[in-house]
Design a protein around this ligand. Structure first.
Ligand SMILES: [Fe+2]
Length: 339
């Protein structure tokens, strides 16, 4: 009897230590490369004791890796930017649906997958950035307006292979229909001061240097430029300002970075806890202060820099639509000649 009891105790001990080893560590595949994330990951470990192993790569690499690893993937969480990509990950079968009341409370409905396969984590606004010297805000109005001859030779934007532009295009298809979206892309392409190239930051640099008057880009890159250790980049940020388009209509185009629990996750509970932590009010403040992204609840933003750009009306379209219209967006860009 004595012997049996000690066997049971030993088995229990092995089981318990096995469980704790399983839940005290999660593997995160992340496409994000920001200081805000490093700060939050270590805060999470400090608060919960759950260690985070981060594996970095481009979004396409990580999604591809998850597909080829299949059920044997060690990954628990995929973090990436753009709901277009999160949609791709869902479609590829590498995520699993998650039910969490905390996530439902933290993440507005339009910023998560309707079936719970992914949840938004931060919000980004893709807007018009303009030269303070050569453009008055009153001259600006909508994304649609940028296709008019008034802007001939005055616009810069990055390539259409970039998912941020594909998602903007998807939102225009959803709002105006395919035919009008195509004409829009053709018009904007014709108005460009140079063939599309470079990063979002390069578009701001082109406007500051006088090569163009307006750029299509995400706001947080202006925050990064304004706080750069490079004097030239800080000067760029001083010469431009943010304009939120379509304020009398559907609102400015927004997108999210976000994450989902992988289909292969062996530490689902810890992984859910991690997403709940990232979407919590306290973490949301860190994203806004360190990476200049908007919190999921945009109106709760208290960051000084973000407030200096003013409050704005955001498009309320469910962001999963950006994923469903992605292929069409790519196709229409191609027909429009927007490289
Ligand atoms: Fe970005």
């Amino acid at each position: 009897m004595q012997k049996n009891i000690s066997w049971i105790a030993l088995s229990l001990l092995i089981l318990v230590s096995g469980i704790s080893a399983m839940t005290n560590e999660i593997n995160v595949y992340s496409h994000r490369h920001y200081d805000s994330d490093r700060i939050l990951f270590s805060r999470f470990t400090k608060e919960t004791g759950i260690k985070i192993n981060v594996i970095k790569g481009s979004a396409d690499q990580l999604i591809q890796r998850l597909i080829s690893e299949g059920k044997n993937s060690p990954a628990d969480v995929l973090l990436t930017v753009d709901s277009g990509r999160l949609y791709r990950a869902k479609e590829a079968g590498i995520l699993q649906p998650v039910e969490s009341n905390i996530l439902k409370r933290n993440v507005p409905e339009v910023m998560r997958d309707p079936e719970g396969f992914w949840y938004g984590m931060t919000v980004r606004a893709r807007v018009i950035v303009y030269s303070k010297e050569r453009v008055k805000p009153a001259e600006l109005s909508t994304y649609e307006d940028l296709a008019k001859p008034y802007w001939k030779g005055r616009i810069v934007a990055r390539s259409s292979s970039n998912i941020y532009n594909q998602s903007l295009m998807a939102s225009i298809i959803a709002a105006n229909g395919s035919d009008k979206a195509l004409v829009w892309a053709q018009g904007v392409r014709e108005n460009m001061a140079r063939a599309p190239r470079g990063s979002d930051r390069d578009q701001a640099r082109a406007v500051a240097s006088g090569l163009a008057d307006v750029a299509i880009m995400n706001t947080y890159y202006l925050g990064i430029l304004a706080n750069s250790s490079d004097v030239a980049d800080r000067e760029v940020a001083k010469k431009v300002d943010v304009f939120f388009p379509n304020q009398n209509g559907r609102g400015a185009h927004i997108n999210v970075s976000g994450g989902g629990i992988t289909a292969s996750s062996k530490n689902k509970n810890s992984a859910i806890k991690f997403l709940e932590f990232l979407t919590s009010e306290k973490s949301q403040k860190t994203f806004a202060n360190v990476n200049y992204e908007y919190p999921l609840k945009i109106e709760t933003n208290r960051s000084k820099l973000l407030n200096s750009w003013g409050s704005f009306k955001a498009d309320t379209m469910n962001l999963s639509i950006l994923g469903t219209k992605n292929l069409e967006a790519v196709k229409l860009f191609d027909i429009a000649g927007w490289e």
